[in-house]
Design a protein around this ligand. Structure first.
Ligand code: SF4
Length: 325
């Protein structure tokens, strides 16, 4: 059996945002967007991170690239501690780790062509001369299933699926090892979603890529992931191999999420678990297990003690007191 190589190791990651208030604008609290999250990503795999809006999954992804500066914790990528890197070294490292966003053009100049958007990271990292960058741009357009004339077009001239293909080409331009994709297909029609997911799978094989794939849609995450982590209110509550997680969820929150996913077999007898209440505010998260205000199995201990994230066999991790008995 070949050893599995870890490409990324995130340990005890925290990202807190201060809340300021009062006449003097003093710090009066914190929003705990990510609160003690740990996971590894193996070389060549896709780790899906799933959860409802506001659970901290996007902040986790952005923290890996230090687009959000972590409050605490360690992020090791290919044996390098990213949280210690200076600005210049971190910029160099961003050649190895790229991000694909929900709307790749949202942060780009609408008056620049798609070709210019793909060339830009090559310029930033000083790769190739002018002609080589243009050739690379055309090659990348072809790799993502577009034609070279698309390079002359402007963002508003593309469909959503085409825009995301350009976003992927832009990420690939600098030959990264890891791509963090944050809701990359959420804005697309279902038929287009699978085309983009299939493209990402093909590119993963072609370029030996590793993905962290962040989404709120459990079916999308299932499609592409090798392993899946489930987040709730800033914490990771469960992490397992894809089929293990979908077939044998251990955590009550994962069980509730999965019970709401439609199944293809209409005769399958599956009871939907309806959670009571709303997700609490990350500015004032519940003590103990953060899920205790909504959990159908809540016990006294859950209100006091935060459950630890344990391995319950076969690298199936979960954080729940029910499992500790
Ligand atoms: Fe529910 Fe308690 Fe488990 Fe939290 S620790 S998920 S409240 S049973």
């Amino acid at each position: 059996m070949t050893a599995v190589e870890t490409l990324l190791e995130v340990k005890h990651l925290k990202k807190y945002y201060p809340i300021h208030g009062g006449v003097f604008g003093r710090k009066i609290g914190e929003v705990k967007a990510v609160d003690d999250v740990s996971f590894t990503v193996r070389k060549g795999e896709t780790l899906g991170i799933v959860g409802e809006s506001g659970c901290g999954k996007s902040t986790t992804g952005r923290s890996i690239l230090r687009l959000e500066e972590p409050t605490a914790g360690s992020i090791r990528f290919a044996d390098e501690e990213l949280t210690n890197l200076s600005g210049e070294n971190m910029r160099r490292m961003r050649r190895e780790i790229q991000m694909v966003f929900q709307d790749p053009f949202a942060s780009l100049n609408p008056r620049r062509t798609a070709g210019a958007a793909i060339i830009e990271p090559l310029e930033v990292h000083g790769l190739g001369n002018r002609q080589e960058r243009r050739d690379k741009m055309k090659e990348l357009l072809s790799v993502v299933g577009l034609d070279s004339y698309h390079g002359e077009r402007y963002p508003h001239q593309f469909s959503g699926g085409q825009r995301q293909r350009i976003g992927i080409a832009r990420a690939l331009a600098v030959q990264p090892k890891l791509i963090v994709a944050d809701e990359p297909v959420s804005a697309l029609d279902v038929s287009i979603q699978s085309q983009v997911l299939n493209l990402m799978e093909d590119l993963q094989d072609q370029f030996n890529l590793t993905y962290v794939f962040i989404a709120h849609d459990l079916s999308v995450v299932r499609h592409i992931s090798d392993r899946v982590g489930v987040m709730y209110l800033g914490g990771m509550v469960e992490l397992a191999d894809r089929d293990e997680l979908y077939d044998h969820p251990l955590h009550p929150y994962t069980q509730a999420l999965l019970s709401a996913v439609p199944v293809p077999d209409p005769t399958a007898n599956r009871e939907r678990i309806i959670l009571s209440g709303d997700v609490p505010s990350p500015a004032d998260p519940p003590q103990g297990c953060t899920f205790h205000t909504r959990c159908p199995h809540v016990m006294d201990v859950c209100r006091e003690v935060r459950p630890s994230f344990n391995n319950y066999g076969g690298n199936h991790f979960a954080a729940c007191h029910l499992l500790e008995k």
